[in-house]
Design a protein around this ligand. Structure first.
Ligand code: SAM
Ligand code: SF4
Length: 458
């Protein structure tokens, strides 16, 4: 199952492309999706028995890490910022619940950021209680939060567990002090080690570490040491992100001296080394950049082909629909993507005047739905069942994707997929480079050069 990949293979398949947390991808969304559209979708959803995945975005961070590519608002530690924001979030939850017409069952609850642990214990409790008032959060479901070791005290982590959170994702990035100095993130190994031990004592069901390769001053040796330390701690899952260096989009990344960044060859070596270390260390590679302990439910689902993927990453607990709350949050409801305002003043203004803070989105066309289903099936199940497609959409798969035939043939020749009867299966190599397979089914990539706005895999 764990495939060996080398330089030549990576060079061949490492092209810029979407990560397919959504299809159609965000660059083609528009303001056609407004508050009125969203209200109608919420009302339609309210009439169904479908389950929900709920995401809440807390945008604040105490300081900015110079590499950061997330949607962040920097604020000094002062409860007033959180209080003000929580008032808006409460209003948003009430509005959403009102349009749905009741408390919906939530199978997956995720608080992300920015830094959710920017909030005080009392504020996190208030947020969770408010969410429970408005939604029926399944205590057996995934209840997850992203935590920054620098703002997570022992008492705060205990509070999170007591409230019912059962999964944490810890921002680790890199243990090397020189790298940490370069990116403005001082975070000693001992801090992460102690936090991880507390998480284990408190019996969180799953602990994830985020790491980034390609940061300034990283070397193969320095990152090898970081990975060794990670493997010693044995988190259940690891997200090993490729540093997305986009100074034209994220102005603060200009603080990073480009000459200190590893060259693309070195970056690739750092990745391949880290990957080999995780595989030797008992982890299974889940697609390109995720690793899970062999007995973790994510690894088991990956082997069974019952993995799902959404905006929050890979999951084993799928929900029918998604609602995003808070600044920049994304939802997918009744065949429509909806994204909230990206600027804090606009977000707060809309809610204070009693409006849902919708900024843009995408209503899926019949063609979008067929391609979305195909891409999702490839991303999550690593296969496509043409009979299921025909049953769902009333049209023959091969007929519908006539123009994609050459792409399918090329993927077979490249060893990414194999076709057997009514099924297309991703090979082990294809599971790693699955987005290359998906890209051939993406209608919006058919325009020349349109993939340039996306980052590369590595
Ligand atoms: C929204 S952050 C939440 C974590 C939390 N704020 C912290 O830093 O501890 C989620 C993750 O995104 C990753 N990330 C942020 N900026 C990135 C970039 N430019 N390229 C790749 N990964 C990035 C980091 O690994 C980070 O832990
Ligand atoms: S990496 Fe995390 S703590 Fe650092 S700026 Fe980004 S969101 Fe904030």
């Amino acid at each position: 199952m764990n495939v060996a990949i080398d330089r030549v293979t990576v060079a061949k398949f490492d092209v810029p492309g979407p990560r397919y947390t959504s299809y159609p991808t965000a660059p083609v969304w528009s303001e056609d999706v407004n508050e009125k559209v969203y209200r109608d979708k919420l009302q339609a959803f309210g009439k169904t028995e479908k389950t929900l995945s709920l995401y809440i975005h807390i945008p604040f961070c105490r300081s900015l890490c110079s590499y950061c590519g997330c949607n962040v608002v920097v604020r000094k530690a002062d409860e007033r910022f959180g209080d003000e924001y929580l008032k808006c979030l409460s209003k948003e939850m009430e509005l959403v619940r009102r349009f749905i017409g009741g408390r919906k069952k939530v199978a997956q609850f995720h608080v992300g950021g920015g830094t959710p642990t920017f909030l005080s214990e009392a504020q996190i409790e208030r947020l969770y209680v408010k969410a429970q008032e408005n939604f029926d959060i399944d205590p057996e479901g995934e209840i997850a939060i992203e935590i920054d070791p620098r703002t997570t005290t022992e008492s705060k982590i205990k509070k999170l567990r007591a409230l019912g959170f059962n999964r944490v994702s810890i921002g680790v990035q890199d243990f090397n002090e020189d790298v940490q100095r370069q990116v403005g993130r001082h975070q000693p190994y001992s801090l992460v080690k102690e936090l991880h031990e507390r998480c284990r004592e408190l019996q969180f069901e799953s602990v994830n570490f985020d790491l980034i390769y390609g940061l300034p001053r990283q070397t193969v040796k320095s990152f090898r040491e970081t990975v060794e330390k990670v493997i010693l701690l044995r988190p259940d899952r690891i997200a090993l992100y490729s540093f997305a260096y986009v100074p034209w989009l994220k102005r603060h990344q200009r603080k990073i001296e480009a000459s200190l960044l590893p060259s693309s060859d070195l970056k690739l070596d750092i990745f391949l080394n880290a990957r080999a270390q995780f595989l030797e260390g008992g982890y299974m590679a889940i697609a390109m950049d995720h690793f899970a302990l062999e007995d973790d439910e994510l690894a088991r689902a990956f082997k069974r082909g019952t993995l799902y993927r959404n905006f929050m990453g890979y999951t084993v607990k799928p929900a029918d629909e998604y609602i995003g709350l808070g600044l920049t949050s994304i939802g997918f409801l009744e065949g429509t993507y909806v994204q909230n305002q990206k600027a804090l003043p606009a977000y707060e203004r809309r809610l204070k005047s009693g409006h849902l803070p919708v900024e843009r989105g995408k209503i899926l066309s019949p063609d979008d739905k067929k391609r979305q289903w195909t891409i999702r099936s490839l991303m999550c199940q690593f296969q496509v069942d043409k009979k299921v497609f025909a049953g769902l959409f009333g049209v023959d798969f091969d007929q519908y994707f006539k123009e994609e035939k050459t792409h399918i043939r090329k993927c077979v020749q490249d060893g990414l997929i194999r076709c057997e009867g009514d099924k297309i299966y991703a090979t082990d190599l294809g599971k790693i480079f699955i987005r290359n397979v998906c890209m051939g089914f993406d209608y919006y990539l058919k325009g020349k050069g349109s993939q340039q706005k996306f980052s590369r895999t590595i």
